[in-house]
Design a protein around this ligand. Structure first.
Ligand SMILES: [Cu+2]
Length: 473
């Protein structure tokens, strides 16, 4: 077990809290001890100590729940509880999650396993867990009020079913769902195939994470729970760049990345430098005839996609949501477009009155990533993270796939920034700049009028950056 794992066995005294549900006599026996993770680090793969073998996944800034084997049944214990999640260094959020973290631990089982999950509710309100995508008895589906009574605070329920089909799944509450998912309650579930599967290839690396979003005001610690679309913190597994771990692989590795979307909008996920195929959805593996190469795949709300590619180009390759405002951090929505506006005079006057005054975005917004504007405590910088060449100007759903020849098989350690071979980095041109030829000899800054046409009144259009009121992300 990786030494980065820091398991505390905090919640010991809940035996006897078994509540209303009585699934079987076995289920009424002592509960397995819940395992709690207090750090947001990426834990190494958890090789299965019992049960059938499989190639474990690695959860970005997360971990896999250990289990107890009891009479041939894999028993897990999830504790729904308030947690403190470090979203990035210097930025903590008060969320709800499972076993010390949001998202909760990844559950890994094998096709055909009988699984029993004890769910203890330590939240101030009722909850339930829905096992998204699973084939199971209706009464185990976890929809509060529809298929079971909700789990009241202090109570423990038992879910039990056979993991019937291999694939990529999620779990989340189905009781006060909008609030509880806005607070971070969710987790990943992987059912590995029990043997060779015609549509599931063996891979060298298998990463998983969830897309989620929060509305946390600068300086606040707790997400706003009534937000429907206007979220401002865009996360992989409740982490924002530069807090998101890189995916470190060996040159030549076959890599699988499984992504589930439990935010309230779609995310076109984009990989640099390689083409991938979508090999599975929450419905299972895709038929080979449906797979084509692409570099971006859109993941709608409530969907999962698993992508696969051969990591055969060395370097630090960006992997991010292609909605550009989803790779940025908490920002006010009322920043006007100031590009091209010279307000030095005004700024000077204001700064005599307000010493810290800064004008936002006079030359674009790139300056804002590095500027020393005072921020409230516990606020994510809007665009943070430094690379080997300077600021990355990314603050949300962004990470890298680091492909290295020197990476050992099975080694997930961060190799640091890529050292580019000499002569392979874009460089500044040092020669003289010729005047660009412009149609009709129009002066720079003016739109050329149609060739030959009499000079009509020029129409100038200015592009306005989306400011307030972009409610439909
Ligand atoms: Cu996005």
């Amino acid at each position: 077990m990786s030494n980065r794992r820091n398991f505390l066995t905090g919640v010991g005294a809940i035996a006897g809290a078994v509540g209303a549900a009585s699934v079987s006599k076995v289920a009424m026996a002592a509960l397995p001890e819940p395992v709690v993770q207090t750090k947001p680090d990426t834990a190494g793969p958890l090789a299965p100590p019992t049960g059938r073998p499989y190639n474990p996944v690695v959860t970005l800034n997360g971990w896999t729940a250990p289990w107890r084997m009891k009479d041939g049944v894999k028993e897990f214990h999830l504790v729904a509880e308030p947690v403190v999640r470090e979203m990035a260094p210097g930025f903590k959020a008060h969320l709800w999650g499972y076993n010390g973290q949001s998202p909760g631990p990844t559950i890994e089982v094998v096709e055909g396993d009988r699984v029993r999950v004890f769910v203890t509710n330590k939240l101030p309100e009722h909850t339930s867990i829905h096992w998204h995508g699973q084939r199971l008895p209706n009464g185990m589906d976890g929809v509060g009020g529809l298929t079971q009574p909700t789990i009241q605070p202090g109570k423990t329920f038992v879910y039990e079913f056979v993991a019937r089909r291999p694939g990529t799944f999620m779990y989340h509450p189905h009781g006060d769902e909008m609030v509880q998912m806005a607070m971070g309650m969710m987790g990943f579930w992987v059912t590995h195939p029990k043997g060779r599967h015609p549509l599931i290839d063996e891979v060298d690396r298998d990463f998983v994470f969830l897309l989620n979003a929060y509305d946390i005001e600068p300086g606040a610690y707790t997400p706003k729970i009534m937000t429907m679309t206007d979220f401002n913190i865009w996360t992989f597994n409740s982490r924002v760049f530069p807090g998101i771990a890189s995916m470190n692989v060996r040159h030549g590795d076959k890599v699988r990345i499984r992504v589930g979307n439990l935010s309230m909008t779609n995310h076109p996920m984009h990989l640099h430098g390689h083409e991938f195929v979508v090999t599975g959805t929450d419905g299972g593996p895709t038929p080979r005839s449906t797979r084509w190469h692409e570099v971006t795949t859109d993941i709608a709300v409530g969907q999962m996609r698993q992508i696969e590619f051969l990591a055969d180009e060395e370097g630090d390759w960006a992997f991010h949501c292609h909605k550009s405002h989803h790779t940025m951090g908490a920002m006010g929505h009322d920043v006007p477009t100031m590009i091209g506006v010279d307000h030095r005079g005004v700024a000077k006057k204001i700064s005599q009155l307000v010493p810290d005054y800064m004008v936002m975005g006079e030359r674009g917004m790139a300056d804002m990533g590095e500027m020393e504007m005072p921020l409230p405590d516990n606020t994510q910088k809007m665009m943070d993270g430094r690379g080997p060449f300077g600021g990355l100007e990314m603050g949300g759903m962004f990470t890298t796939v680091k492909v290295r020849r020197g990476q050992k098989r099975g080694d997930y350690a961060d190799p640091g920034w890529f050292r580019h071979p000499q002569g392979t980095v874009a460089y500044e041109f040092g020669g003289a700049l010729p005047e660009p030829a412009r149609a009709g000899g129009t002066a720079p800054g003016k739109l050329p009028s149609a060739a030959g046409a009499p000079a009509a009144k020029d129409v100038e259009v200015r592009v306005r950056k989306p400011a307030s009121g972009h409610g439909s992300h």
